[in-house]
Design a protein around this ligand. Structure first.
Ligand code: NAI
Length: 301
């Protein structure tokens, strides 16, 4: 197949002043994409702000012959989200790709979690993706084209000690993407989720001996493909890190059917738990309609 190019396309990448986001910005720009490099420029816990991180990415893109513009708004407010999208429209006249990547960490065990640690993390990861993607989506609908990438985490999809706030916010993005991919389907807007693992300032203390093999640049090519016109998948989750690319999914087991109209006892449910949890013949529903279809088939014998 032909080379993946972005000539004439515009991408908005949040948190693109460093880490993973910067690698996306550099690769997309090197393939002809015009980039809005958004970054608040604060610390890993979300405090502080500066223009230097976004500016540095823009400098590297322009020095390499690409086109990019900085934006320093926080994704964590509706005004910030609108301003970031507007930056794309003002500078480049269109918007084709949104990569929701901005992120912070406030790790604490559940018992010690303060309300402000929950709010800050949900605001940036989950609400931030809403605030940026919503104005972008309206524009994409009108133009009949769009690519949206959400950045979740295995901390939420699989679970990780000490990250209830982060895990919940990240899993929320899976729900957002599941629904948005359905709403975007008829407008050729494809929405997907990545769960990356990479050595960045967020993880350098956490990855241990694995860190040296987890270059952020190993995540980049998947995101570039998901952002491209050639991307023909939507509603999908990918685990990506260290050169391995894998699909993750929500599966549904056939389960145990007590019978039409039956009201089984808790003991019966207990006794069928093996069947209920048996993954041998699971399906991957594309939407709630797939499960409804399955239930109707059961009810109708
Ligand atoms: P990073 O800290 O290098 O990048 C995050 C960027 O987001 C920073 O440049 C930061 O200034 C920016 N940012 C933070 N709050 C912002 C806000 N309110 N508005 C705009 N920009 C803001 O860390 P990394 O690892 O590159 O993270 C990128 C994304 O990947 C994050 O969403 C993170 O949660 C996610 N992730 C990373 C993993 C990893 O192994 N590095 C694992 C799982 C998820």
């Amino acid at each position: 197949m032909s080379e993946i190019r972005f000539d004439g396309k515009v991408a908005l990448i949040t948190g693109a002043g460093g880490g993973l986001g910067k690698t996306y910005a550099l690769q997309l720009a090197s393939r002809g994409c015009k980039i809005v490099v958004n970054d608040l420029g604060g610390k890993a816990d979300g405090t502080g702000a500066s223009s230097s991180m976004a500016d540095q990415t823009v400098k590297e893109i322009t020095e390499a012959g690409g086109q990019a513009v900085s934006n320093y708004d926080s994704v964590a407010t509706p005004e910030g989200g609108k301003a970031i999208v507007q930056a794309a429209l003002d500078h480049f006249g269109r918007l084709d790709v949104v990569i929701n990547n901005a992120g912070i960490l406030r790790d604490k065990t559940f018992a010690k979690l303060e309300p402000q640690d929950l709010e800050a993390v949900v605001d940036v990861h989950l609400k931030g993706a809403f605030f940026v993607t919503q104005p972008a989506f309206s524009h994409m609908k009108e133009q009949g084209y769009g690519r949206v990438v959400f950045t979740a985490s295995n901390a939420g999809i699989l679970g990780n000690f000490g990250q209830t706030n982060y895990g919940a916010a990240k899993m929320g993005l899976v729900g957002l993407c599941n629904v948005l991919s359905l709403e975007g389907a008829k407008y050729n807007i494809k929405c997907n989720v990545i769960a990356p693992v990479a050595r960045t300032r967020l993880t350098e203390q956490l990855l241990g001996p694995l860190a040296q093999t987890l270059d952020p640049e190993c995540v980049t090519p998947l995101v570039t493909w998901l952002a491209s016109e050639q991307c023909d998948v939507t509603h999908s989750i990918f685990s990506v890190g260290g050169g391995r690319y894998a699909r993750m999914f929500v599966g549904l087991t056939p389960g145990w059917f007590a019978g039409k109209g039956a009201k089984p006892s808790p003991e019966q449910v207990r006794d069928h738990m093996g069947e209920i949890r048996d993954t041998a013949k699971y399906i991957i529903p594309d939407s709630i309609a797939d499960e409804m279809k399955l239930m109707l088939e059961l009810f109708n014998g």
